[in-house]
Design a protein around this ligand. Structure first.
Ligand SMILES: [Fe+2]
Length: 275
């Protein structure tokens, strides 16, 4: 197994591994904790394989707003057709932060990709935390974020998801029911490293403050944590599988491939309470 880092803060490409074999799991897991985003190329993976690979990271999680595949309810298909303009996941976020126990990892496997475009950006929220001043770290250490599935800043979940007609979206009207409080600076249970856990997509305000009062610092944090030096960029091809650590990263699906089809399969695993 060969590990090729993608950037300074996070991300690595892993060569010489067939994920359907169990052999390299310990090394893969160590690399996952070190690099937080792992990219595997040319993986011939069917949904049953994706279930098995995901299970090594944790128990499969249910996604509340998209119906899973017929025989694999935990896997759902992320699709953008050539005639669609909106994409799924096209803003900085950590997956389903509005759940009490968000998944520790997400696995995304590319079935069909645009000739170019449709990359995914990742950022290290741990590197972003480390780069704060001592003074601001003390402030954020004492804050709790309130996270909602409503996607208020994106114009509302129902409205946003109307445009992604090829996906089996449901229950978006109940998005406001999904609210969870999590620390703004969460501690990674394996590394002990702290990371910011706030996003424009999900975090509406700090607990005990109004949205208006929270906005200036929240805006600073969500802008700060996506500085170029904290990020890496993953280019997809059919067969690429990327797994990321939702506890110390955020991602953003770049919507720059209108007219071309992109088809991915996704599973989230390892429900865990952020602390
Ligand atoms: Fe996502």
């Amino acid at each position: 197994m060969k590990v090729v880092p993608l950037a300074g803060a996070l991300g690595a490409e892993i060569h010489g591994v067939d994920l359907k074999q169990d052999a390299a799991w310990n090394e893969i897991h160590q690399a996952f904790l070190k690099y937080a985003v792992l990219v595997f190329r040319d993986q011939k993976i069917e949904p049953a394989d994706l279930m098995k690979i995901g299970a090594r990271f944790g128990e499969p999680c249910h996604y509340p707003f998209v119906t899973g595949m017929d025989k694999f309810p935990f896997i759902f298909e992320v699709i953008k057709e050539p005639d669609e303009k909106r994409n799924f996941g096209g803003a900085w976020h950590s997956d389903t932060a509005y759940l009490k126990q968000p998944p520790l990892a997400t696995l995304l496997h590319a079935v069909q990709t645009p000739e170019h475009g449709g990359d995914t950006l990742f950022t290290s929220t741990a590197a972003a935390y480390d780069a704060l001043s001592d003074g601001l770290r003390k402030v954020v250490d004492g804050l709790t974020g309130v996270n909602s599935a409503e996607l208020k800043h994106g114009g509302g979940r129902s409205n946003l998801h109307k445009g992604i007609g090829s996906m089996k979206v449901h229950d978006t009207d109940s998005a406001a029911d999904y609210v969870a409080e999590h620390p703004i600076a969460r501690t990674h249970p394996d590394s002990g490293r702290k990371a910011l856990y706030a996003s424009r997509s999900h975090t509406t305000h700090f607990k005990g403050m109004t949205e208006e009062e929270s906005a200036p610092l929240l805006n600073f944090l969500v802008q700060h944590q996506v500085k170029p030096e904290f990020t890496c960029r993953v280019r997809w091809a059919p067969g690429t599988l990327t797994v990321w650590d939702n506890r110390c990263t955020q991602h953003n699906a770049v919507n720059d491939y209108h007219g071309q089809r992109r088809h991915m399969r996704r599973i989230t695993v390892g429900a865990q309470t952020p602390r």
